[in-house]
Design a protein around this ligand. Structure first.
Ligand SMILES: Cc1cc2nc3c(=O)[nH]c(=O)nc-3n(C[C@H](O)[C@H](O)[C@H](O)COP(=O)(O)OP(=O)(O)OC[C@H]3O[C@@H](n4cnc5c(N)ncnc54)[C@H](O)[C@@H]3O)c2cc1C
Length: 363
């Protein structure tokens, strides 16, 4: 299996970095919708992209601001759901608009009583002649407040019936979206609580078939985990560069702090783990591009490993910078907060271990 970058991948990476140096300048406000539209105009977002190119794009962007990765992940996986599972009419209505960034999408599965245990959802969909009436309460919907369309899930049969959960596309303007949930990290991508009250949705807004909801959600989350791993790799590249820069410039006791063995060890460990994480992620990309049955296993391993090392080393990055690393405006403090969040969404890291054990037929 090819797990090293091809010449085409390297060119894509260079093109991405040229784009980013013009569009993601430090301290400039970031408009996520505008960023996506600009990436599309410059052909960095395209249906012709390989999966690895999408992952490289995520890494490069997250090297500058890891939180943007959640916005990208959400838009890419919603587009994937529409292209893979929606019928012709729904696809015609949304696919091009999501690709170009004219529309922004939100993926809304989680509920107050249904986090890791998604089957426990309480949102219901009841059929009335040729329409569906949806009622429910969703939380942690990324991109909610900036979205035009929401891909959501509701129970059409009895509570906890896995085969009753169905996927619907609902227009954002037809439901109540609360103001952005304040959170520890990944602040740039909004997270929202949604209330769906007696919402009437035509039959044509069902994605896939009745009961396909869990299959669709898991298919999106499997890819989402790889984007989450890419966020972590971008973040690690960012903290490694910052740690080297700071430690070689900062003088204490008449020499740079990087001359101390303690600091050298921190940076050596960071470098070693980053390389291992990057290789695991590229291997997972290769597994995806080869349609291998091992995708679930590799996406769980990559998500778990890359986000864990990102969390571990962002703590170290703050330590290397001392007080400077604690200031809100420092990259290290942003990475410290963002990396904690990465260990939780797209399935917590404990859940990744359960998935991996299941793939190994341990139970
Ligand atoms: C910033 C952010 C963005 C998010 N974006 C989205 C989004 O766009 N769309 C969406 O639908 N959801 C989203 N989520 C929700 C996210 O997927 C859930 O938070 C996550 O699945 C965990 O659910 P929970 O928070 O309810 O934790 P819980 O499921 O309550 O878990 C709490 C703890 O218990 C552990 N635990 C639970 N079950 C087990 C078990 N069987 N074995 C061992 N340990 C277990 C967990 O690992 C965790 O440590 C987002 C969350 C965050 C924080």
């Amino acid at each position: 299996m090819q797990i090293l970058l091809t010449e085409k991948d390297k060119l894509f990476k260079t093109k991405t970095n040229i784009f980013l140096s013009g569009h993601l300048k430090e301290n400039n406000p970031i408009n996520l919708k505008h960023l996506w539209q600009s990436l599309y105009k410059d052909s960095l977002i395209s249906l012709n992209n390989t999966f690895t190119e999408n992952i490289l794009l995520t890494i490069e962007i997250c090297r500058i601001n890891p939180g943007i990765g959640l916005f990208l992940l959400t838009q890419v996986t919603c587009l994937e759901i529409i292209n893979k599972f929606a019928d012709k009419l729904l696809k015609e209505k949304y696919s091009d608009k999501l690709l170009s960034g004219e529309n922004i999408a939100c993926f809304s599965l989680t509920e107050p009583q249904a986090g890791s245990d998604v089957i426990n959802m309480e949102t219901t969909a009841k059929k009335e002649t040729n329409k569906w009436i949806l009622n429910g309460h969703k939380i942690w919907a990324s991109n909610g407040s900036i979205s035009d369309a929401i891909i959501t899930f509701a129970q059409t049969k009895k509570h906890r019936d896995k085969l009753g959960i169905t996927c619907y596309l609902i227009p954002s303007k037809e439901i109540e979206i609360l103001k952005d949930t304040p959170k520890l990290g990944v602040k740039i991508t909004p997270s929202n609580e949604l209330f769906i009250k007696n919402l009437s949705i035509p039959e044509s807004n069902i994605i896939g078939n009745i009961g396909d909801g869990i299959k669709i959600a898991l298919s999106a989350i499997t890819l989402g985990r790889l984007y989450c791993a890419a966020q972590a790799i971008g973040l690690l590249e960012g903290i490694l560069a910052e740690s080297i820069k700071h430690s070689t410039k900062r003088n204490q006791f008449g020499k740079s702090i990087s001359e101390n063995q303690a600091i050298k060890w921190y940076i050596a460990d960071m470098t070693k783990d980053l390389e291992a994480g990057r290789l695991l992620l590229l291997k997972a990309c290769s597994v995806k591009e080869n349609n291998s049955s091992e995708l679930n296993k590799y996406s769980s391993m990559a998500k778990y490993f890359c986000t864990s090392i990102a969390q571990k080393h962002s703590v170290t990055a703050v330590q290397i910078q001392g007080g400077k690393g604690l200031t809100d405006s420092s990259y290290a403090s942003m990475a410290y907060r963002d990396s904690k969040v990465l260990e939780i969404y797209e399935g917590t890291n404990e859940i990744q271990k359960l998935i991996l054990a299941k793939e190994l037929n341990l139970n």
